[in-house]
Design a protein around this ligand. Sequence first.
Ligand SMILES: Cc1cc2nc3c(=O)[nH]c(=O)nc-3n(C[C@H](O)[C@H](O)[C@H](O)COP(=O)(O)OP(=O)(O)OC[C@H]3O[C@@H](n4cnc5c(N)ncnc54)[C@H](O)[C@@H]3O)c2cc1C
Length: 354
Amino acid sequence: MRVAVIGGGVMGCATALALAERGVDAIVLERAVPGAEASSAAAGILGAQAELHGRDREADLFLRAREAWIPWARELRGTTGIDVGHRVSGVLRIARSGAERADLEREVAWQAGRGLRASLLDPREAHEVEPELAADVVAAAHFPDDAQVDPPALLRALMAALARSDRVAVRGGATVHGLLLERDRCVGVRLDEGELRADAVVLAAGSWSSLVPGVPAAMPAVRPVRGQMVLLEERPPRVRTIVFGPGAYVVPRGDGRVLCGSTMEHAGFRKEVTAAGVHAILGGALACVPSLGQAQLAGTWSNFRPHVEGDVALVGASQLPGLWLATGHHRNGILLAKVTADAVADAISRGEHA
Ligand SMILES: Cc1cc2nc3c(=O)[nH]c(=O)nc-3n(C[C@H](O)[C@H](O)[C@H](O)COP(=O)(O)OP(=O)(O)OC[C@H]3O[C@@H](n4cnc5c(N)ncnc54)[C@H](O)[C@@H]3O)c2cc1C
């Protein structure tokens, strides 16, 4: 059995790896280089609890996804020697007003009621967790089990793992111009050099997924939501906890690098980093952690979160037999990568529809 995977981001690479582990051959078709887009641009927060915001429907999935990361990071390191930077650094979500404090209080009570580790800290307790926090914090929600990985290291590890597998081929510079359709079934893809036939096709083209010709019109549209990022470097490293404030977050890698993000913009596929974007991110980040004002500005970038209105992602069988979906993960694609790859690879290797 051979599967063609459209897109070499975290979804395409992780799905191909999971297929190979189940004895299925896969070919990853990436129009640029693997990891060229959202997957390397992400902050890498595994914010299973910080990203919930009272959404009961997603809670089990998010928690399972965070759990799946622990053995996966270990496995990737074992096979490739590459450390993907998995660290349980915890998340603090801060409040500066009574209204923000009340929101956090509700969230913490709801999560604690589900048996999760979450607590509402007063300013003294919050500063014990993160001494670099701003002085005007009135309360903070602490999610000590949320974690992080380093996305560029993750993509390097996935590429190294794929290179070791004799079941997977990765082709960079391979643009898929359309799905190959025969008798209402997807039987492969069209490339520059002609047709590539496959027993199954996985659509993992991130924000570009809806643009691949032949994708069923009934599939919910995947649209880009631009996120800008700012990289700071502090010497020596001081910040130790991921901090979410209103309008910005701060992710310390532990080695002096601190990622600050991010905007949420409907800007089509325009990849600019804008003055307003950087201004908003740095304003929000420094309001959370004022000492970052002395850090060196080390870089900026932007990329596109693949967003599906009203859904957490598109995963599994599509309406078109032969076509499988691993796309539309919006803000949480790094968190959800392993559980998505396993779900899609399980279904394909068991020979389920599509
Ligand atoms: C600024 C920012 C911060 C983020 N932070 C986090 C975070 O902290 N935690 C988290 O969990 N998630 C985060 N995300 C979200 C996460 O990055 C995405 O959900 C995830 O990377 C999506 O992976 P993907 O493989 O679907 O898409 P992508 O990584 O975009 O990969 C899609 C690939 O498909 C290729 N492609 C497209 N069309 C074709 C075609 N026709 N033929 C061949 N190849 C094609 C593209 O070149 C691309 O490489 C963030 C995203 C952004 C932008």
